[in-house]
Design a protein around this ligand. Structure first.
Ligand code: ADP
Ligand code: AMP
Length: 213
């Protein structure tokens, strides 16, 4: 099963993608996580990506598409995957579509997690991330057992630079300009399913599994 998660930054794509990956035993692929791992390891890709990420801008398609296509070519992706944060532009969607069509394949579902802008800034300022293992928390909704420490790997949690309110507003603008048009594209292909992302995360997941099962 090949799934795309769509939705504004902070809508809960990553939260749901991790649960989908576990239930359906497919890899969770987050381009944001791949970039953050590269930044942490000081790679050239990480240095280049950081320039854009810190401003709330998208990393250029040339860089992003290559890392995604390399990742989905790995053997663990044979039975499908859940893409979180890709595609984010029309050219990215076209490249993915062409690559899949070339293999006689296609995306099965594009799940649009719908959360209005008003809720987003609040969610993002409460998000805490582990840059070591990629786990995500929320200071009110999903607090770690010990404040500021990752439950999974014991590393310190951080407020991502790009989750600060001024950057979140830029990211929302970029989302509306460049990513939201993808909703129409996947709707036209007949694979779009929209779920209400404002409810409790367990209820969001129940709505998603009702679609996928
Ligand atoms: P995205 O991957 O779309 O950027 P995340 O999955 O990281 O979003 O979620 C953003 C923040 O909101 C996180 O701190 C997460 O714990 C929290 N969150 C996710 N889903 C919900 C929900 N349904 N209700 C409340 N908070 C949520
Ligand atoms: P995320 O973790 O999905 O919120 O992504 C964090 C940041 O990484 C985004 O704001 C972008 O700067 C960059 N990024 C992640 N995925 C993409 C993508 N598909 N295209 C361009 N930039 C991306």
């Amino acid at each position: 099963m090949k799934i795309i998660m769509l939705g504004a930054p902070g809508a809960g794509k990553g939260t749901q993608a991790k649960m989908i990956a576990e239930k359906y035993q497919i890899p969770h692929i987050s381009t944001g996580d791949i970039f953050r791992a590269n930044i942490k390891n000081g790679t050239e890709l990480g240095k280049e990506a950081k320039k854009y990420m810190d401003q709330g801008l998208l990393v250029p398609d040339e860089l992003t598409v290559k890392i995604l296509l390399d990742r989905v070519a790995q053997p663990d992706c044979e039975n499908g995957y859940v893409l979180d944060g890709f595609p984010r532009t029309i050219p990215q969607a076209q490249v993915l579509d062409d690559a899949l069509t070339g293999m006689g394949d296609a995306i099965d579902y594009a799940i649009n997690v719908d959360v209005p802008d008003e809720n987003i800034v609040k969610r993002m300022s409460g998000r805490r991330a582990c840059l070591s293992c990629g786990a995500t928390y929320h200071i009110e909704h999903v607090p770690p057992k010990q404040e500021g420490i990752c439950d999974v790997c014991g590393q310190p949690l951080v407020l991502r630079d790009d989750d600060k309110p001024e950057t979140v507003l830029n990211r929302l603008k970029v989302y509306h300009d460049q990513t939201q048009p993808l909703i129409e594209i996947y709707s036209a292909k007949g694979v779009l399913r929209t779920v209400d992302g404002t409810v409790d995360m367990k209820d969001v997941f129940a709505a998603i599994t009702a679609i996928l099962d």
